[in-house]
Design a protein around this ligand. Structure first.
Ligand code: ADP
Ligand code: MG
Ligand code: ZN
Length: 599
């Protein structure tokens, strides 16, 4: 469409150029074989000309008994009769035909005067139309942007969602409600109105909702929360209205609002007053949800990874009162997801789904899907026919730590990195509750200079105090090793320190694992500012100091323990660092070959 419009403009410009050329240059000059008028006169004198035709100033003389024609020009306003007479030729000796051009000339004059104006008008029309369409684009924002999934579209089914059995069961119940409401009504069951899908990012919330669209066989309106908020104030609310209107018309239907936290945040806790638009949209959703009866067979599905941020009005009974939780996949679920995404990719025989699932504790479904895709890309890049365990390992590391960055490192930096990572690994290895070292590397990734991986070997729903303390100790092992070997420390430990401090803070303020005892000390941040500013939940300065002291105690003790361990196993530390400088990366078996197996 726009291509055509562009073309039209070019054609118009070309046309006007052409007309300009005609006007200024007076049209194309003769065909090249024009002869002087004297030649025509001479031929007439010699009686060789049959007929002379005059067309404006153009003279065409037809030569007798031949097809030849002489073309010439006379001066403007001169009469051919006069010319012939003054040359001593009798005009009657030849047939003269004068074509009247005056009207034709007048037309050409008019057209060439008007056409540029017409073209200008045309151009302006096109420009205006463009502008108007743009404006309409803005006004059409007010209509719902919800995409409608109908029966005919390529569909995702529940079988495309691996694991998440409980969520699938609950959601298929809801599909049942829509299909056979009477069955439920007969027993007095109230049909749910709003269902909230809750879970960390990448756990398949969007995916499973698509699957519902595929399974339900009813119109499915899908929109992302952020799509309500665009450019014009007041648009969000009218979009909500429009979407509900459409859905009601086509009931039974499902409305799906993805990432609802972008509109459904708690109201009234912002300091800036700039959230009116969001509030209006939210209010409209609440109004609409109250405004339909269960008989209308409309179900509102929403997904969020931050249910804690949602406005209380949104989650009260009668609105989003049902929750379906999607959590990070456990071992069996990871296996299922891996198997699902392995389909269509060739793997070497020694790839073990079981091992892969064990290696990927804490990975979400999206992480797993990405990992497998990344492995395929890596294998393809190296021209392999099938994906090897090595590619999968690299992809898994990349998924969590970012891609390798080979960069020039001075020998001194490499040595520092080697001791730093060896420090984490050795300290961790000799702590009872820290998971075994999976891999150590001094190849930098993302922002880290190297890495030591202790991926969890099991799905834990709980952490113990002793394990948390040991994790802090291992995290501080890197800097402790630098200190021990070089008598100096580097900036490379910044993120280790952050991790250690966060664990320590949680131990003190949430888990009751310090001398302060089992008290919860929360100061919930709101938009980056302490919430206490508005509702008086602030910590007293005294409590604040006490928390700081407890955190410090934990960190200090752990750091000392790391130092003690490193002094004790200094020989092994040296060996591991040396091996790292040689090989850059040590796998778990190579590491255990040096330090002995984990007890
Ligand atoms: P969310 O909306 O919860 O952030 P998505 O639904 O967008 O997550 O998931 C992203 C991708 O991760 C999906 O398209 C799919 O490829 C993969 N994925 C996530 N969970 C699963 C699962 N349970 N089974 C299969 N694939 C999954
Ligand atoms: Mg999503
Ligand atoms: Zn470190």
């Amino acid at each position: 469409m726009s291509v055509l419009k562009g073309l039209a403009i070019y054609v118009l410009i070309a046309l006007s150029a052409l007309i300009f050329f005609y006007q200024v240059a007076g049209g194309p000059s003769g065909t090249g074989n024009e002869v002087p008028i004297s030649q025509v006169i001479n031929q007439v004198k010699d009686n060789k000309i049959e007929k002379v035709s005059i067309e404006g100033n153009k003279i065409t003389a037809e030569v007798k008994s031949s097809d030849q024609k002489l073309i010439s020009r006379k001066e403007e306003g001169e009469s051919i009769y006069k010319i012939l007479e003054s040359s001593g030729v009798d005009p009657k000796s030849v047939t003269i035909e004068v074509k009247d051009l005056s009207t034709q000339q007048a037309w050409t004059g008019i057209i060439s005067a008007i056409l540029p104006v017409l073209i200008l008008v045309g151009l302006m029309f096109l420009l205006f139309r463009n502008a108007r369409e743009g404006a309409q684009g803005i006004f059409s924002f007010a209509q719902s942007r919800a995409r409608l999934f109908t029966k005919d579209q390529p569909q995702i089914k529940f079988t495309d969602v691996a694991g998440a059995e409980e969520a699938k069961k609950e959601l298929s119940e809801i599909v049942e409600f829509l299909k056979t409401p009477d069955k439920f009504k007969a027993l007095g069951a109230r049909i749910p109105r709003g269902v909230l899908l809750v879970g960390p990012p990448g756990t398949g919330k969007t995916l499973i909702s698509r699957a519902i669209a595929g399974e339900a066989g009813v119109p499915f309106y899908s929109i992302a929360g952020s799509e309500f908020m665009e450019m014009l104030v007041g648009v969000g609310a009218s979009r909500v209205r429009d979407m509900f209107l459409q859905a009601k018309k086509n009931a039974p239907a499902i409305i799906f609002i993805d990432e609802i936290e972008s509109i459904g945040r708690q109201r009234g806790i912002g300091i800036s007053g700039g959230h009116d638009e969001r509030e209006q949209t939210l209010n409209q959703i609440l109004v609409e949800m109250d405004g339909f009866t269960p008989n209308e067979r409309l179900i509102i599905l929403a997904a969020t990874n931050r249910p804690d941020l949602l406005d209380a009005a949104l989650i009260r009974p009668g609105r989003f009162d049902r929750r379906v939780v999607l959590s990070l996949p456990d071992l069996q679920e990871r296996k299922a997801i891996i198997e699902l995404h392995m389909k269509g990719k060739p793997f070497t025989k020694n790839v073990s789904v079981e091992k892969l699932a064990r290696r990927t504790v804490g990975f979400s479904g999206a992480d797993l899907a990405n990992m497998l895709n990344e492995a395929a890309i890596l294998a393809a890049r190296e021209g392999k026919k099938a994906i090897e365990p090595k590619d999968l390992e690299e992809a898994a590391t990349k998924e969590k730590l970012g891609p390798q960055r080979k960069r020039m490192q001075s020998e001194k930096d490499r040595k520092l990195a080697a001791y730093h990572e060896a420090g984490h690994a050795v300290v961790g290895h000799f702590l009872k509750n820290v998971d075994p070292v999976h891999r150590i590397s001094i190849v930098s990734r993302g922002i880290s200079g190297g890495h030591t991986l202790f991926p969890p070997t099991e799905d834990r729903s709980n952490e113990s105090k002793s394990r948390l303390l040991e994790q802090i100790t291992a995290a501080l092992g890197g800097q402790a090793a630098e200190d021990l070997v070089f008598k100096d420390i580097s900036t490379g430990a910044a993120s280790d320190i952050e991790i250690a401090t966060n664990i320590a803070r949680q131990m003190v303020t949430q888990y009751g694992m310090s001398a302060l005892g089992p008290i919860s000390i929360t100061s919930k941040p709101m938009f980056g500012i302490w919430r206490g500013m508005s509702d008086g939940e602030d910590l007293s300065p005294k409590l604040h100091d006490a928390v700081d002291i407890e955190i410090r105690k934990i960190i200090d003790t752990c750091y000392k323990n790391a130092q003690i361990s490193l002094k004790k196993y200094k020989v092994k530390l040296d060996l591991v660092a040396k091996a790292l400088l040689e090989k850059e990366t040590l796998e778990s078996d190579e590491f255990e070959g040096i330090v002995g197996s984990k007890k």
